[in-house]
Write a protein that binds this ligand. Structure first.
Ligand SMILES: *[C@@H]1O[C@H](CO)[C@@H](O)[C@H](O)[C@H]1NC(C)=O
Ligand SMILES: *[C@@H]1O[C@H](CO)[C@@H](O)[C@H](O)[C@H]1NC(C)=O
Ligand SMILES: *[C@@H]1O[C@H](CO)[C@@H](O)[C@H](O)[C@H]1NC(C)=O
Ligand SMILES: *[C@@H]1O[C@H](CO)[C@@H](O)[C@H](O)[C@H]1NC(C)=O
Ligand SMILES: *[C@@H]1O[C@H](CO)[C@@H](O)[C@H](O)[C@H]1NC(C)=O
Ligand SMILES: *[C@@H]1O[C@H](CO)[C@@H](O)[C@H](O)[C@H]1NC(C)=O
Length: 378
């Protein structure tokens, strides 16, 4: 409530002396979105508009783009889990400790201002099949922040940062509730959300092709890690963006070649080795090394092959079933004794000076604090 009043106060001071219903409505939407998007704040960080210095003619596939894996999880603590128990208790699924689900600790608005431009988010219906909300498997992130609400946070940010472009990867999250299905109702609601008049304004309306930064400034490229296979094909035909069909995305693989445009034979090269396949019990040091190796091998491949193709590498991982478990945080940041993938990448990335590494998706992207800047400085 205090936060909401503060927002209203800010809008009263900054906007016209008699705010319109539409400005009140936007504040209401952003307030609903805030458990996932974060409280909307302005910043003077130079990383908030780093693309200003990149020429319009630059191909998006030639850029080094910092990204975040499971962006929606940044505030998923024990307190959040407890606060949502009345909703998740409607279902039979067991929800594990919060550290198994949490992959970030700064809000999406902070990510944007810190220079992150590619976002991985996971959606499904709430337990009553009414609204599309954010999950990380059986962990619900918020009951007020719908997918549509959170999109308005991105839209507003783009209005204020017209030099920038964003890629949003939407993935249907299975296993959220015991009955969850990627059924026609789910797919129809997603289609509706991504084709509203606002979405048509802010999402690039091109299909299965990456263009130049100039064409994409002020816009969102939709990365479709979902199918609309329960709906007539006219729905898939009508939805813009790039289709990374889950049926083509090999699970837990360090080296995926995914054809997203068969007519033009356009292929994306992906590293998504999210859970080391080593036997249990080898420990954090071994598994972190395995993941660091998979990530750096893919970044080297990005620098040496297929210069005009998209490279998309995930530095994020976990091995929760290991004994002891390696949570996303331990894999990214280490366990106190051994350093994590992030620290090791911060030390290694400068060896790639002048090279294209493509999109790099981080967990806990802001540790160490200069990680994003190191990537941008290549
Ligand atoms: C983060 O989670 C805590 C605990 O549930 C909550 O009090 C706080 O309001 C959340 N932050 C935002 C921005 O929603
Ligand atoms: C940003 O603002 C802070 C205080 O609000 C100030 O200390 C800092 O110098 C500013 N940075 C730039 C780059 O303007
Ligand atoms: C939600 O949808 C699923 C799949 O269609 C169904 O099995 C389940 O009963 C529905 N739940 C509610 C509360 O309607
Ligand atoms: C498609 O592109 C890949 C990689 O550039 C190449 O190896 C393959 O031969 C191409 N296939 C066709 C049918 O052109
Ligand atoms: C971190 O993991 C290594 C093994 O990989 C282990 O030897 C060490 O005791 C662990 N440190 C902590 C604080 O758990
Ligand atoms: C990681 O790569 C290095 C260098 O190629 C190799 O020596 C090491 O055995 C690899 N580690 C694992 C865990 O596979």
């Amino acid at each position: 409530m205090r936060f909401f009043l503060a927002l209203l106060g800010a809008s009263l001071c900054l906007a016209s002396p008699t705010p319109s219903a539409s400005s009140f409505a936007l504040q209401k939407v952003l307030s609903d979105a805030s458990p996932v998007f974060g409280a909307y704040t302005k910043t003077n960080l130079s990383t908030a508009s780093w693309m200003r210095n990149v020429p319009d003619s630059k191909l998006l596939v030639h850029m080094n783009l910092p990204g975040v894996h499971d962006a929606q999880t940044w505030n998923y603590s024990q307190a959040t889990q407890d606060a949502l128990k009345h909703v998740t208790n409607l279902d039979d699924n067991i929800v594990f400790p919060p550290e198994f689900y949490r992959c970030q600790e700064s809000s999406i608005i902070d990510m944007l201002n810190s220079g992150i431009r590619v976002f991985d988010v996971r959606y499904a219906f709430d337990p009553t099949n009414s609204t599309l909300v954010f999950w990380h498997t059986e962990a619900l992130m918020s009951e007020t922040a719908t997918v549509e609400d959170v999109l308005f946070g991105f839209y507003r940010w783009l209005d204020e940062h017209k030099s920038e472009t964003i890629m949003l990867s939407f993935q249907y999250e299975g296993g959220t509730t015991s009955t969850a299905q990627d059924d026609a109702a789910t797919q129809l609601e997603l289609f509706r959300t991504l084709t509203t008049p606002a979405a048509q304004k802010y999402f690039l309306q091109t299909k299965d092709q990456f263009g130049t930064l100039g064409e994409a400034r002020g816009k969102i490229t939709l990365l479709k890690r979902f199918d609309l296979d329960q709906l007539p094909s006219s729905y898939s035909d009508a939805l813009p963006g790039i289709h990374f069909s889950p049926s083509l995305w090999t699970d837990d693989s360090p080296d995926i070649a995914l054809v997203y445009n068969t007519a033009k034979n356009l292929t994306a090269y992906i590293e998504d080795y999210y859970q080391p396949t080593s036997p249990v019990g080898l420990g954090a040091a071994y598994n972190i090394e395995l993941k660091f190796n998979a990530t750096t091998q893919h970044l080297v491949k990005a620098s040496e092959t297929y210069p005009d193709s998209l490279f998309w590498s995930f530095a994020s991982s976990s091995y929760d079933t290991d004994t002891p478990p390696e949570t996303p945080r331990i894999m990214a940041l280490g366990n106190g004794t051994v350093t994590g993938v992030n620290q090791q990448l911060a030390a290694w990335l400068p060896t790639m000076k002048g090279k294209r590494v493509g999109i790099v998706m981080f967990d806990f992207f802001d540790t160490p604090g200069d990680l994003v800047q190191i990537l941008l400085d290549l």
